[in-house]
Design a protein around this ligand. Structure first.
Ligand SMILES: Cc1cc2nc3c(=O)[nH]c(=O)nc-3n(C[C@H](O)[C@H](O)[C@H](O)COP(=O)(O)OP(=O)(O)OC[C@H]3O[C@@H](n4cnc5c(N)ncnc54)[C@H](O)[C@@H]3O)c2cc1C
Length: 501
């Protein structure tokens, strides 16, 4: 079907070259806009940027790639095929869960593989898993298929969804729903993890996010050959082929507003760029607080933003080793002795715990070219309190890194320090100062029911006309599938705007 051109050659500005901003830039370009994409980092990708050190390729952020069709769609907009540019490799298992009692659960593969693994831990939970997956499908049909790419900007859209949300018990938390289906405490933890991938505490995140179980089952978990950065690179090449202009290493200081409408942006150099629409693929809390003068804000006042619950922070340690650890899976989750208590420390008490749970990423398990020959490349991620906690990361960062290395040495990477090369870390302070994320949050605002859909930052600004939001802080939410879907929402809103004009 031929796509209608909205406004040939009209200039549009997209700020933020994360996956959300990139997807929006491509979608607007395909609609005929002249698009300029601005980012303060020297490279594309945002949280999905790449750190290259000493022959290692470290993906900085997302590594669990799901729903790859959302990337394929971006190439199809221009008559191209994703598979001609990026090779997506299957990951087996999707995750290896290592529990504190020494037991292990490999999740992924076929349904029979997963059932077999569940049976070896807790035979009576196999039926419960099937029922959980059936429930997850219902949530997926509504929350992903039907609503993820639709605007939630009007109260009537929200009210129309209320009966379904009530029927699907969106008021229940992820932990609540998982615990109703599974009895084994280890399996409850394993199947409650997903909110952490989008910035939420499983004990408070709406159970709508249980849809991720079905999403993973439907499309699997893949990893791009060359790393997530290969996807960013392929999208960057596509943007160049179709004539999108990049302005990298440029920080936007102000959204320019005339008569209540966004008409452009001003950079910190003082240079003004004209364009409409202006699409912010950056943290909405930061944008409203720092880039839009208070007299233009009726809804998103500083006081209202102050009341929002931000996601947790992230501590990520990147490192290489001079030996290969073939027994370590691509994605491992190392659970500590506590689950609920640890999450309370992170989300409620703002305490940095010693008995952390860790996500260990070993991309060289799938693609050895990401490290020099005979070496392994890793990152290890620990959810930590965001900057609302009184933690001085310049002091605690190096200490915490040592504690994580201790933990890895005593579990999956024996004598790690003897083989360690190229080791560095980022803390919530990095998210604040480099990515301009409010409170240094890893994933913008938390995915609570009261901060989702209509209650989240709208994709079309409630305060400023012709200003739009895409990415983790807006509907549908954080995570790669969420931010790619939010670009579709903005595209749909711009179509509506054009029809109404
Ligand atoms: C360590 C880590 C691991 C993750 N793992 C996964 C995973 O495995 N799977 C998954 O699906 N998701 C994962 N996520 C979440 C996912 O990466 C994010 O939700 C998603 O990439 C966010 O994309 P975005 O487009 O919203 O914004 P971002 O990628 O955050 O990009 C925003 C960009 O805006 C720029 N910017 C901000 N303010 C300004 C300004 N004033 N002027 C100019 N530029 C500005 C920033 O420099 C940044 O480049 C992970 C995140 C992290 C941090």
């Amino acid at each position: 079907m031929k796509r209608p051109i909205i406004k040939p050659r009209s200039p549009a500005l997209v700020v933020g070259a994360g996956f959300g901003g990139i997807a929006t830039a491509l979608r607007l370009r395909a609609r005929g806009y002249r698009v300029t994409l601005v980012d303060r980092l020297p490279e594309l990708g945002g949280r999905a940027r790449v750190f290259r050190r000493d022959g290692f390729t470290f993906d900085a952020g997302p590594t669990v790639i799901t729903a790859p069709f959302l990337f394929a769609e971006l190439f199809e907009l221009f008559g191209e095929r994703l598979e001609d540019h990026v090779n997506l490799l299957p990951v087996e298992p999707w995750y290896r869960m290592l529990f504190d009692d020494g037991s292990r659960f490999d999740y992924g593969g076929t349904m029979a593989d997963t059932e077999h693994e569940i049976e070896s831990l807790s035979p009576s939970d196999v039926d419960g898993y099937r029922n959980l997956l059936a429930h997850s499908k219902k949530l997926f049909d509504k929350g992903f298929t039907e609503l993820a790419d639709q605007p939630f900007d009007s109260l009537s859209a929200m009210l129309r969804s209320v009966p379904d949300l009530v029927r699907l018990r969106a008021d229940r938390t992820v932990w609540d729903v998982v615990s109703r289906h599974l009895r084994d405490p280890r399996l409850r933890q394993a199947f409650s993890l997903h909110p952490l991938l989008v910035g939420g505490n499983p004990f408070t995140t709406t159970s709508i996010y249980c849809l991720i179980h079905f999403l993973e089952r439907k499309w699997g978990v893949v990893f791009p050959q060359g790393g997530t950065g290969a996807l960013v690179g392929a999208l960057g090449d596509l943007m160049q082929r179709v004539g999108i202009e990049f302005r990298l290493g440029e920080t936007v200081e102000r959204v320019d507003i005339v008569d209540g409408a966004a008409v452009g942006i001003t950079l910190d150099t003082g240079e003004a760029l004209d364009g409409s629409p202006v699409v912010m693929g950056t943290d909405p809390c930061f944008v409203y607080k720092h880039l839009i003068a208070p007299d233009h804000r009726r809804r998103w006042t500083d006081a209202r933003i102050g009341k929002l619950r931000s996601s947790m922070g992230l501590f990520v340690l990147y490192f290489g080793t001079t030996r290969i650890y073939p027994e370590v899976a691509h994605h491992s989750i190392l659970f500590g002795p506590r689950f609920r208590g640890l999450l309370e420390d992170i989300f409620e008490k703002g305490q940095l715990a010693d008995d952390m749970s860790l996500y260990l990423h070993r991309p060289t398990a799938t693609d050895p070219s990401l490290a020099p020959a005979g070496h392994d490349g890793f990152y290890v991620l620990s959810p930590v309190p965001n900057l609302t906690a009184a933690i001085d990361w310049t002091i605690e960062g190096p200490r915490y890194a040592e504690k994580i290395l201790d933990r890895l040495e005593s579990t999956v990477l024996p004598r790690l320090r003897n083989h360690l090369v190229s080791c560095f870390h980022v803390t919530p302070q990095y998210f604040r100062t480099e990515l301009l994320s409010h409170r240094g949050a890893g994933f913008s605002v938390q995915p609570l029911l009261t901060q989702s859909a209509w209650f989240r930052f709208h994709n079309a600004s409630e305060d400023v006309r012709d200003l739009y939001f895409v990415g983790a802080g807006t509907h549908p939410g954080a995570g790669v599938p969420g931010v790619l879907s939010s670009a579709k929402v903005v595209e749909n809103l711009l179509l509506e705007r054009e029809r109404a004009a």
